[in-house]
Design a protein around this ligand. Structure first.
Ligand SMILES: C[S@@+](CC[C@H](N)C(=O)[O-])C[C@H]1O[C@@H](n2cnc3c(N)ncnc32)[C@H](O)[C@@H]1O
Length: 251
């Protein structure tokens, strides 16, 4: 017979004290064994569906809210080998810095420089072989006071309407066979609850006529500020975001 049948009060107290002990236990780094990737002709063999580099690289500014580190961008550019890149939400310039290092022409902008990526007139007329897009995860982090800022959209519907426009603009700026890589994470909003932004990204990209051209890349969120917080509520922590690569039709 188990303890909760014999003495439910003692069982409850023991469960509570072990939960409290777990909360107070010193937190250590855990190592997971990753599956072996098949050998193939990729120029970047370590680029798989699980992206786990804890080193961010010397790109952009790690102190910028939402900074994503440049290693994944670098690996994608080395894999797809574009010669022109569009970077319409550059933030601290992470993608721009990676392109500079690799000698790739990059057009970068951000609302901080007055360019609204949801307005197609902000984009140059050229057609690009690759676009790196790292938008706000709706209002998880606020970036500017500008009402055109995606992170300032007051409702989920308003966000999705502008996000649709953004993805359509990026798709329209790609050359035939051009790639759009979007880094996005699901988000739990205080009012709207769990928002599956990865799902919405795919839906909007398909609506814009794009097709997904490789596996989702699950990027481990090393260094996220939320990892160091202590919450009173109980939830399943999300420790990753997802990079999805779409492409336009080839001619
Ligand atoms: C997640 S951050 C990008 C961070 C960047 N990847 C980095 O490593 O520094 C999202 C960026 O989108 C910008 N942004 C938000 N709404 C925008 C809009 N309508 N047009 C252009 N940029 C916008 C914000 O200013 C912010 O810099």
């Amino acid at each position: 017979m188990n303890l909760s049948a014999i003495n439910p009060f003692l069982a409850k107290r023991l469960t509570q004290s072990s939960a409290a002990a777990r909360r107070q236990a010193p937190r250590r780094v855990e190592y997971a064994k990753l599956p072996l990737a098949p050998v193939n002709a990729s120029p970047v063999p370590h680029l798989t569906s699980l992206y786990h580099f804890s080193r961010a690289g010397e790109y952009g500014d790690r102190g910028y809210p939402g900074n994503c580190g440049g290693m994944l961008i670098r690996d994608l550019l080395r894999f797809f080998q574009p010669t022109t890149v569009l970077d319409p939400m550059t933030g601290s310039g992470t993608c721009r810095d990676v392109c500079l290092e690799l000698g790739i022409h990059c057009w970068s902008s951000d609302l901080h420089q007055g360019e609204d990526a949801c307005d197609a007139r902000s984009f140059p007329r050229d057609r690009f072989q690759f676009c790196w897009l790292h938008p706000p995860y709706w209002r998880q982090k606020l970036y500017t006071d500008d009402p055109r800022d995606l992170s300032r959209t007051p409702t989920l519907d308003a966000f999705l309407n502008r996000y649709r426009q953004l993805i359509a603009n990026c798709a329209g700026a790609l050359a035939p066979g051009g790639k759009l890589a979007v880094l996005m994470g699901d988000y739990c909003d205080r009012e709207a609850g769990f928002v599956p932004l990865v799902y919405h990204t795919k839906r909007l990209a398909f609506d814009a006529g794009l097709r997904q051209c490789c596996t989702d890349i699950i990027r481990f969120s090393h260094g996220a500020s939320s990892s160091r917080k202590v919450y009173r509520s109980s939830f399943i922590p999300g420790l990753h975001d997802v990079c999805m690569v779409f492409e336009t039709a080839h001619l």
